[in-house]
Write a protein of this length. Sequence first.
Length: 232
Amino acid sequence: MRKTIALLIAVLLVLAFAQLAESQETIEKQAGITPGSIFYNFDIFFDEFKILFSVPEKKADVIIEVANERLAEEAVLIEKNKEQLSEQAEKQRIRQLKKLETLNNPKTDLKEKIEKHIDRLEEVKEQVPEESKDSIENAITASSKVIEKIEATSIKSAQKTSWKSGDLNADSLIDDRDTKYLLNYLQGNVEEPNPILRGDVNGNCVVNIADVVYLNSYLKSNGSAPVKGVCR
């Protein structure tokens, strides 16, 4: 019995080490050419060319792909204790993410793509040495700020267009269908209202369940009419 348990533990340890080695190999393969190589500038140029000539509906995906490559480069260089070169890769990574701020894609779509990229950062954070985790944490913070910028841009864009607060489905009416739409949106069952501030019926510049309650009260003649908030 003891031999069986020992054998099982040994097998699990082998599998764990194999998985770790495979993960590291995947990162190095994705990284490819890294800062410090004489070919790195050519790699950057090729990626920029690829982004430039990608079709509009795929451009965000290509940018995220390049950002993931920069992240892999950063992870490999951190592993090799090449801090200055890893910082160069990080600057290039953030540069790519900031390009997403200028795209016309639905903001929820861009946000989801960056969140997946952040998930990848979290995975890398678990793999790098303890003394390097702060660098990856800073990268996560920088990526989150890009999301904040995209959300802020979305709000400013919404304020410049003509729309009615509470008219979630854009049919020029405010009725029970709008309450249902808002609730479904918050549950992730329908697309984001266009603009998102259609759902900010209480005017506090945040769309959440409180807006559902507010809109429902208005439709039952128990509350005030939807308002437009002064959002920044």
